[in-house]
Design a binder for this molecule. Structure first.
Ligand code: TEU
Length: 519
């Protein structure tokens, strides 16, 4: 078991750099701030940090609009600050993953400035330009993930360009060999600097079907759903050529040894599993699995989801689980704090690499952002849908000093309203806190190889309870999770190692909201 790669045994912790720690008093987090807070990450007990984008950016989508793939935005620091952070992370035996954004650049990237300057510019073909349809409208019916047509008219050269996200995020043309080499060189740039891998943004989007045919309409669409869902993204995503590029990225990563690629991919199981590639021609190590976020918090729903996901994996494919991100509502906001404790036990005892999101270890719940402080471009474009991403991007509360110790000035987004009591210092001091539970779970996972790498078997259980067994080297652990807020009678045996509740577990039952790991 010990010869397994670090990313199979390890736990990933996502840091949203704008909101972790401000070191220079501008209300926005930065790299020196992250370096100053590594004690928290190390004490938590995770193995790797993934940083959301830190590259030069006009911040139309807070860094997911990259203006230079090989630099650091001055808001966050510079390359020297990055090298210091990387060294500090490595000195603690942790890994550092960056966020690679290959589908689109910023419209201020010099490549796009050149591309839009004339139809004959050598970089014209680095982006996706098309003539209008015969009625003068967009070339096809594709819809931006953030609403509206995915095509933006450019008066200067009389063509439309494609953008799957904001118009400030023009899609790159990976069918152009020079663009492809330039992007793969950017990956090598960071590997050469020593980063341990990448989370790859919207990887399944990067190549579009030849001829850009209309997408089929989605028969299930209702106005309560996002505009993007009006069509099925059949021709704009998940193309065979994108898989081939993922394999090329993997070949580069493998040249460096022990580096990991995590692909952001939203697809049904069968198509999702293809992103592992084959043993001979592997693609990403971990295609991100968001199903804990996407499914109802219900024992029978989760049981079938977990079984179907496990069954869909290729024999060499290592599973993974995500419970929160800078895009998703906070887990404690969605299911309540008591169940968020059960969720913590679930994600840290399922088979597969867990990715945790900063602040969830404190149990931060729903944060209302006053309308005049909304910053998320997706929310600003679709304010009527309950999709505001700012609510999961609020600054880390470190202690009860001004601005939670995050900054010396008013932060770019407000803190969680209960920050004076829900902060790292307060939770370190409270053995019943969410943070204490996360630390205990991560320590248990480190002490028990069965939890990190053991086999996984679903067990039968009464309604409302999710139960499974993990086994490794003769050691067998059972996990029983009560996903309801009432007591459930269940005949458990064994030695309780850890409960989500304080006090002794009671024989013959699981208390309301109780999860227990048994030996
Ligand atoms: O997100 C991709 C993605 O699928 C989003 O559209 C997601 O569904 C939405 O934000 C949920 O509300 C990635 C990044 O994680 C996101 O922050 C970026 O805005 C997006 O790509 C574009 O780069």
């Amino acid at each position: 078991a010990h010869s397994r790669p670090w990313w199979e045994r390890g736990v990933v912790y996502q840091i949203y750099p704008r909101s972790f720690q401000d070191s220079d008093g501008d209300g926005v987090g930065d790299l020196a701030g992250i370096a100053a807070r590594l004690d928290h990450v190390a004490a938590l007990g995770v193995d790797a940090i993934w940083l959301s984008p830190i590259f030069p950016s006009p911040m139309a989508d807070f860094g997911y609009d990259v203006a230079d793939y090989c630099g650091i935005d001055p808001l966050f620091g510079d390359l020297a600050a990055f090298d210091r952070l990387l060294a500090a992370v490595h000195a603690r035996g942790l890994k550092l993953l960056l966020d690679f954004v290959p589908n689109h650049s910023s419209d201020r990237h010099s490549w796009f400035v050149e591309s839009r300057s004339s139809r004959s510019n050598p970089k014209r073909d680095w982006y996706i330009w098309r003539d209008p349809a015969s009625d003068g409208g967009p070339p096809n019916n594709w819809i931006s993930d953030f609403g509206g047509s995915a095509w933006e008219w450019d008066d200067a050269t009389g063509q439309y360009y494609l953008h799957a996200f904001l118009k400030e995020q023009p899609d790159l043309n990976w069918r152009n060999p020079d663009l492809k080499q330039a992007m793969l060189d950017a990956m090598r740039f960071w590997f050469d600097r020593g980063v341990d891998g990448f989370r790859i943004d919207v990887l399944w989007h990067i190549v579009k079907a030849e001829g850009l045919p209309d997408n089929p309409l989605n028969p299930d669409w209702t106005p309560a759903r996002t505009e993007r869902d009006r069509v099925i993204q059949l021709h704009s995503t998940d193309q065979p050529e994108a898989h081939a590029i993922a394999a090329e990225m993997r070949a580069i990563a493998d040249c460096y040894g022990a580096r990991v690629l995590i692909g952001e991919i939203f697809l049904p199981n069968d198509r999702h599993a293809r992103w592992y590639g084959t043993p001979e021609r592997p693609q990403v190590h971990l295609p991100f699995n968001f199903q804990l976020i996407e499914n109802a918090w219900d024992a029978s729903v989760l049981r079938s989801m977990i079984a179907a996901y496990e069954a869909s994996l290729p024999p060499f494919g290592w599973p993974n689980w995500v419970i929160g991100s800078h895009d998703a509502p906070r887990i404690a906001a969605r299911i309540g704090e008591a169940q968020a404790r059960v969720a913590a036990m679930l994600i840290l005892t399922l088979r597969g690499t867990p990715t945790l999101y900063q602040g969830d270890e404190l149990g931060i719940g729903r944060v209302e952002i006053p309308p005049d402080r909304v910053r998320d471009p997706q929310h600003l474009r679709q304010p009527l849908l309950d999709i505001g991403r700012d609510r999961s991007r609020t600054p880390m509360p470190w202690d009860d000093s001004d601005h939670g110790g995050f900054s010396t000035v008013e932060p770019w987004l407000p803190l969680n309203p209960d920050w004076r009591t829900r902060n790292v210092a307060a939770e370190v001091a409270d053995p019943r806190s969410m943070l204490a539970l996360y630390r205990a779970l991560l320590a248990l996972r480190r002490a028990e190889p069965a939890l990190a790498v053991g086999s996984f078997t679903l067990l039968d259980a009464p309604a409302g309870v999710l139960a499974y067994r993990r086994e490794e080297g003769g050691r067998s652990l059972s996990i029983l999770l009560n996903l309801t807020d009432h007591d459930v009678t269940i005949d458990w045996t064994g030695t309780p190692l850890l409960s989500t509740l304080s006090g002794e577990p009671e024989p013959g039952m699981l208390r309301a909201n109780e999860g227990i790991v048994f030996a």
